[in-house]
Design a protein. Sequence first.
Length: 421
Amino acid sequence: MTFKEFGNFALRRERELLRTFQKFDGDRSGYLTAKQLKRVLMREGYATDDDDVEAMMYRIKAGEGAFSKGKGLFNAANEKFVTLAKAIDFTEFRDFLMLSDAMDATEALSVWSRSTVDVGDVSLAFASKRKANGGAGEVIKHLLVGAISGGVSRTVVAPLERAKIEYMLDSTTIARDGGLVGTLNRIVRDEGAGGLFRGNTLNVLRIAPTKAVEFFVYDKFKDYIIRNGDQTELDGAQRMLGGSVASMCGTALTHPVDTLRSRVSGTGMLLGDCWKQLVANEGYGALWKGLGANMVRVAPYGAINFYVYDACKGLYRRQFGEKAKMSALPTMCFGALAGAAAQTGVYPLEMIQRRIQVAGMKKGAGYAYKNMFHGIYVVGKNEGIGALYAGLIPNYAKILPSAAISFYVYELMKQVFEIDK
């Protein structure tokens, strides 16, 4: 190759790399920061963390590689070249990739990431951690993690769930029993210890797929927004939208099971007897009774739940650093806070939904609710505003550990199954 040919190659190559650099530099600042690099990596589907990003930045800034300052092509003395700047300019970017064959952002990331760890003459890369998009195995693992978290959390608090549903169906129950402990004692006395878990099998069958779909949809929604935007985390409105969509998807899937569970828990009937009576008296359509009310309830519940949890995680990381890993205590505290906030916001809606679901099982006591909001009006007028929140305080004893355990088990299982956040 003649010098002129090399010059033409260098000019052509520089233009190619400039176009690639501009795709990385979404802020058009003329510099590439760690935040911008992480954003591009996530958009390209890499399972990356802050350590990976720092290693890539250091690779160019410190210059330890065949295509970087300080070694081989650019410095025969092999002296390390270190700058104090926190960002990479185009000159550094160009020098690093000039003699590579990278033609676009995807190929540039591949070359760059593969250069971050050297073992002798062998280059190891976190590029191998690139996510598999749409793989059936990954989807199944993700759904399984959500199902486990839901099943474990609800089984732990099943006795409290049983008491909560009784309070919702009859707001005078808590006063007659003398409080939550009195209710639990009555259930054990009348039905035995197993009565505390009546309806839990159905509840697990309902909540496991619900949580599986809910967490999966939210994570995929979050991943989609980050990959196709110029941000590394969701803003408040996006968290609420994602939470609403996720909760509605999960709940719609399992509403018939929820209807049966409410009737078994609220009437004390066996599942088989409950099923026969429902089909005989109301038909299969009764399984979908209260679906509209349920959607009205879960939309704000999911919005508040995921918004509070994600916002708390963001505050934690800003306080303790982006690299900070949340231990069990903050994870459970944030989950409990999110669950309590969401439950408080939608409790009257859930109470009316439960009554609509069970109304067909109580002959002569049909609740004449035209819709969710009419039901709230009727209960408030006939039973008092307090009736809309009957059982809310005892319900905190259920929702706080339930939400805490659900989020903690979910985060833990994601680590066990090596599912990227």
